[in-house]
Design a protein. Sequence first.
Length: 516
Amino acid sequence: MDQQNPQGMGPQQPGNEGIGATQELPSYQQVINQDQNYTPAAPAPAYPQTQAQTQAQAQPQVQSAMPVPGQPQPQAQGQAQVPSQTQGAAQSPAQTQAEPQTQPQPVRGTEPVFYPQQVQMLSEPPRRRNKEKRRPGWVSLAVCTLLAGVLGSGITVGGLQAGGYLSPWGSRSVAAQQDNRETQVAPVVNAKGNAANWQAVNEAVGPTVVLIQVRAGNSGGTGSGVIIDPEGHIVTNYHVIADMVNNPDGRMQVKLADGRVLKASIVGTDKETDLAVIKLDQVPKGLTHAQFGNSNDLKVGQPVAAIGAPLELQSTMTTGIISALNRPTVVAERDRENPEGGSRVFTNAIQIDASINPGNSGGPLFDAQGRVIGINSSIISLTANAQGQAGSIGLGFAIPSDLVKKVANAIIKDGHFEHALLGIGIKGGGSVEIDGTLRTGALVGNIDENSKMGKAGLKAGDLIVGIDGMPVNDAQSLIGYVRRYTPGEQVTLEVYRDKKKLEITGPLISADAVNS
């Protein structure tokens, strides 16, 4: 058989030009074409197939991670439009201060941003093969499979025998591998400064990381997750389990690091942060759960480790450092009801150089003490193949743990997370020259003088350059920061009006109240 392409990232969702290289790190996905032979988009399908399908499936070939000569490179699209804070619909591209003003839209936090690179989610649905060359962009790292009518006992992928690695549905007995220990928390590893002992970290927290398998109808996928409490709650990315949402035919199971396979159910999801919480139907003895760290204390250059199931290779650990903090990322979130396009996910993410690939989506990012400081969700890739997949080039992104904890706790307690909004319209990005220095920020469009921020003193035309001491460079970073708050919290905005610096303090409103 031909050699498979180990750099396959899992199919991207079609229809969003510029969404590709930065990908969410969802479950590993692969398309199995049952009508013709072709090179799979990912090295390993998510589920076993029949022998006939295995023989028909070509294996991927190694591809260079360098850009393809002559391939169109992404162009700056200007400022991305900012989603309405009072209406969830996507808006027209945002305008800069120098451009003619279109109808301003309220700040909501789900608008797309087109970067010179593609963003990839780490787990995505099967997508149509597109012969047109794709430009780099955000890409999700997902593994997806179109299943045959009958599941085989195993398949060979990339030289690895998958039979027994990802067990067929219902073929494993959990009771046979029960542990007599009660549930326990993973210990914190002692580390001197930045001298990480990754072997000790892996031994301590490796058992907290799981592989998630989803099957819905003729499609399925795999991703990663982390156990967060003794009750068996698991945090992952929304896009990893999206096919299960509102789908009575969907099935989901979790494979622990020790090989036990358990059934799980969805507790709740939050598309706007690309987070979800699932729960084991039965909590086995010996279950180990992770501890959260404080993402507000992170520093650039700090060592980190990602553990997950890239390309279905469970319990894979990669290490690196934090390359940047509060990096605005915008990814197109897939929707089962609207596979051609969905909402946008805005995150001020942790940027890392640790290698993450399709299948890492939803998996944890650990610090040197073994504490969860983020959930891996997307990467940037320079190139993508016909199936919309690409490999890691050391530009990965994780959702900060402080946001993860807030969303997960709300989902476990109330079934959903209530988002906060500024309740104003944002035209996009803008700039102002102060003492010969150019400052950029988010330009306020329309605002009701009777609104809470209007009463606090904010006016149309104000340029927001900071929120609670955190720098705002554009509309996307403002949305990402607002994501961290809850309704009713007071925020202080640093703004420029007629080149004068002002500070305006006011409360955030509830998105639920606006949409009701």
